[in-house]
Design a protein around this ligand. Structure first.
Ligand SMILES: Nc1ncnc2c1ncn2[C@@H]1O[C@H](COP(=O)(O)OP(=O)(O)OP(=O)(O)O)[C@@H](O)[C@H]1O
Ligand SMILES: [Mg+2]
Length: 315
């Protein structure tokens, strides 16, 4: 694959309309300095220098699509708190269509990391994982009424991905992919694509098997069209008609969080553009290789893909 081919893929992405539905997470980073221990308790005092917010979870999948020119819609739940305003602002900035539904009975899911001396001192989570129901569920289902080329279900098991939602997606009859959580396994039946990491794939099965046995079993049991298991530093395993491993492409690894979000976004956009799985897997590896060289959940820009081709990272 050369620059021309990549430019053609990116052109095709611009014609796609993809909806991401799932658990939206607000990733918050507080960076500071530590110079003393608190007089109140034996803990360090962090003097805050700056704060950063990012779209995480389903929001990061949407951000990865939008950053490569896909017309992207994000459907999920936020609270009625300040976090929702920050999410809405980030969606506007990233050119993502905001289909968030407000739930007065839960907080916006937020993960705050306190970072000092280049290391995480503490993470604070705000979340309520109960399954969505009633009015909020009704409004969530209405969000699926749009005309779309495909749907990505980004499940972090925080209550959005439920039976009603998955049934409605299957009824709609569009291509849908799932980035799964093992505890919701039965919800994903008949997905066009599922992209667990190796650990998630293992815990969806009762028995310890080899990678290949595990993949074929999972694909058969859930009646998936295609299964792709991400293998971290080892790359991507494809279970379609055949089995094949595509080695990872990263040059420097700084922070692997969110790489799975990039992979499901890229694979889905490639499949909907009519590319075959070999090309899709290679391309997803290149893009994931770029995001693991960045701090926190991250996205990749077209110019970074072209740059990485130039640097000899052949797709
Ligand atoms: N250490 C690494 N070196 C090179 N590439 C990596 C590394 N870790 C991840 N990747 C790339 O990112 C892809 C997805 O990574 P991984 O299998 O860790 O997904 P994940 O566990 O779902 O990630 P997350 O849930 O944090 O988003 C891999 O298939 C590979 O392309
Ligand atoms: Mg993952």
């Amino acid at each position: 694959m050369d620059e021309d081919k990549v430019l053609k893929i990116l052109e095709a992405f611009k014609k796609l309309r993809i909806l991401v539905v799932g658990d939206i997470i607000l990733d918050r980073y507080i960076f500071g300095r530590v110079e003393r221990i608190s007089p109140e308790a034996p803990v360090p005092v962090v003097e805050v220098e700056r704060e950063e917010f990012r779209l995480g979870g389903a929001g990061n999948v949407a951000n990865n699509l939008s950053s490569l020119g896909v017309k992207t819609y994000l459907l999920g739940v936020v609270g009625q708190d300040y976090g929702r305003h920050i999410i809405k602002g980030l969606l506007r900035e990233s050119n993502i269509e905001d289909l968030t539904v407000e739930d007065p009975n839960r907080p916006t899911t937020e993960k705050t990391r306190i970072v000092a001396l280049s290391q995480q001192l503490l993470r604070i989570d705000f979340e309520d994982k109960k399954v969505i129901e009633g009015n909020v569920l009704r409004r969530l289902l209405e969000g699926l009424d749009l005309e779309l080329d495909g749907v990505i279900v980004s499940d972090y098991a925080k209550g959005v991905v439920c039976k009603e939602l998955m049934d409605r997606i299957r009824e709609k009859g569009v291509f849908f992919s799932v980035d799964p959580r093992p505890q919701n396994k039965s919800l994903y039946i008949k997905a066009n694509l599922m992209t667990p990491n190796e650990k998630e794939a293992k815990s969806m099965l009762s028995q310890e098997d080899s990678l290949q046995e595990m993949g074929w079993k999972l694909k058969r049991e859930l009646k998936l069209n295609t299964l792709i298991i991400t293998l971290g530093p080892r790359g991507i395993a494809l279970f379609d008609r055949d089995f094949k491993i595509f080695p990872a492409r990263a040059k420097q690894v700084y922070d692997v969080s969110g790489a799975g979000d990039t992979v499901v976004a890229l694979l889905t956009a490639c499949a909907l553009s009519g590319l075959d799985w070999d090309v899709a897997c290679e391309f997803a590896n290149v893009c994931a290789g770029i995001v693991v060289s960045k701090l926190g959940t991250a996205t990749v820009k077209p110019e970074e893909i072209l740059q990485s081709l130039e640097e000899g990272c052949r797709v």
